[in-house]
Write a protein that binds this ligand. Structure first.
Ligand SMILES: NC(=O)c1ccc[n+]([C@@H]2O[C@H](COP(=O)([O-])OP(=O)(O)OC[C@H]3O[C@@H](n4cnc5c(N)ncnc54)[C@H](O)[C@@H]3O)[C@@H](O)[C@H]2O)c1
Ligand SMILES: CC(C)[C@H](C(=O)O)[C@@H](O)C(=O)O
Ligand SMILES: [Mg+2]
Length: 362
């Protein structure tokens, strides 16, 4: 199979983990006789430095001409003083919006060999399998107005949480479709006891549910959901929620796996291409040390193989290779009890590639 993949490393450990995932994709290419072309492009802080724009036009062009996009992470203290429009994070928000990537899938699974790595008790997390379906192009992140203003003679700031019914319906539909392939249960998370946008969200979820009589819909308030994720995560399956709640709940849920460095994601719209990126950020505290956990990004590339290219077997092989590496105890620092003997990004990546070659028979 021939595919064109846009690679957007971004900043900090984004560059390190994307390089790792690119190596894994090259291994898949070699082991399964595919032909992947990689085209690198700038996004984030590096792009601000070089082009005064966190999402230069050429980057968007390359993405639009590709079959799928792999992104690392953006941001860092060097750019924190910049105005909103010039911040690295704005590049990420713009690419999501420009490509219409409204559905962000964030799967959270516990790994047997990592049960000891989580701060949570093993019996709480053993067998966890949750899919967070986060709305990605609406809500507080994009609502207008967003501005500084003077209120009662005082400096103030405004953000706007706005959702159109159609935006809610399409993401809830996506969650129901996913639930049909899992345990036929959807939990819609909102704050309908306070927010008008959440009341519309809840009504729309109820209406949409009528088209999916085979799927059970439950509503949960977001503060309770945050607690349930820690208390009894095995009760949860598909969670659908608005942009900011999904951002926060997914970082929280990463602790069910043991580390934020384990959580992959896929962002999709109604048209191609889809974008794949780890849930974590650029981790300035460990950037440049070669110690970042590459598995979230490698698992994101496995999602790419499955969702964008329909390569189920290749995707399974990547996931199995990850499991093998973990069960051998080759753990990066974020998962390792003994930080001094932790495996480097490169060691983990090489081990994943070796297992892929073995599982594929070449
Ligand atoms: N998708 C993205 O590009 C994205 C996501 C989140 C944050 N950010 C940006 O990243 C910068 C740093 O943000 P932050 O520190 O709040 O969040 P972060 O996710 O970068 O890091 C949080 C903590 O988790 C650790 N961590 C994250 N990924 C890891 C990995 N793969 N391996 C090992 N440890 C890992 C970090 O070392 C840090 O201690 C900010 O500029 C923020 O805006 C970008
Ligand atoms: C960097 C930031 C804009 C981004 C978000 O909030 O969506 C990140 O935290 C994420 O989870 O992908
Ligand atoms: Mg986040």
């Amino acid at each position: 199979m021939e595919k064109k993949i846009a690679i957007l490393p971004g900043d900090g450990i984004g560059r390190e983990v994307v390089e790792a995932a690119a190596q894994v994709l090259k291994q898949i290419e070699a082991s399964f006789d595919h032909s992947f072309t990689f085209e690198y492009a700038d996004i984030g802080g590096g792009a601000v430095d070089d082009y005064d724009d966190p999402l230069p036009a050429h980057t968007l062009d390359i993405c639009k001409r590709s079959d799928a996009i792999l992104l690392g992470a953006v941001g860092g203290p060097a750019w924190d003083h910049l105005p909103g429009e010039k911040r690295p994070e704005k590049g990420l928000l713009r690419i999501r919006k420009e490509l219409g990537l409204f559905a962000n899938l964030r799967p959270v699974r516990s790994f047997k060999s990592l049960l000891h790595s989580s701060p949570l008790r093993e019996e709480v997390i053993d067998g966890v399998d949750v899919m967070i379906v986060r709305e990605l192009t609406g809500g507080l992140y994009f609502g207008e107005p967003r501005e500084r203003r003077t209120i009662d003679g005082e400096e103030a700031a405004v953000d706007t949480l706005v959702y159109k019914k159609s935006e809610i319906r399409r993401i809830v539909q996506q969650a129901f479709e996913i639930a049909r392939l899992r345990t036929q249960k959807v939990i819609s998370v909102d704050k309908a006891n306070v927010l008008e946008s959440s009341r519309l969200w809840r009504e729309t979820a109820e209406e949409t549910a009528k088209d999916y009589p085979d799927v059970e819909l439950e509503h949960m308030l977001v503060d309770n959901a945050a607690m349930q994720i820690m208390y009894d995560p095995k009760k949860l399956d598909v969670i659908v929620t608005e942009n900011m709640f999904g951002d926060i709940l997914s970082d929280e849920a990463s602790m069910l796996t043991g580390s934020l460095g384990m959580l992959p994601s896929a962002s999709m719209g109604s048209e191609k291409p889809a974008l794949y990126e780890p849930v974590h950020g650029s981790a300035p505290d460990i950037a440049g040390q070669g110690t970042a956990n590459p598995l979230a990004t490698i698992a994101s590339s496995a999602m790419m193989l499955k969702y964008s290219f329909g390569l189920q077997r290749e995707s399974d092989v990547v996931e199995e290779a990850i499991e093998q590496v973990l069960s051998e105890g080759l753990l990066p620092a974020d998962l390792s009890r003994d930080k001094t003997s932790a495996a480097s990004t490169e060691e983990v990546t090489k081990a994943v590639c070796t297992h892929i070659a073995r599982l594929a028979g070449k």
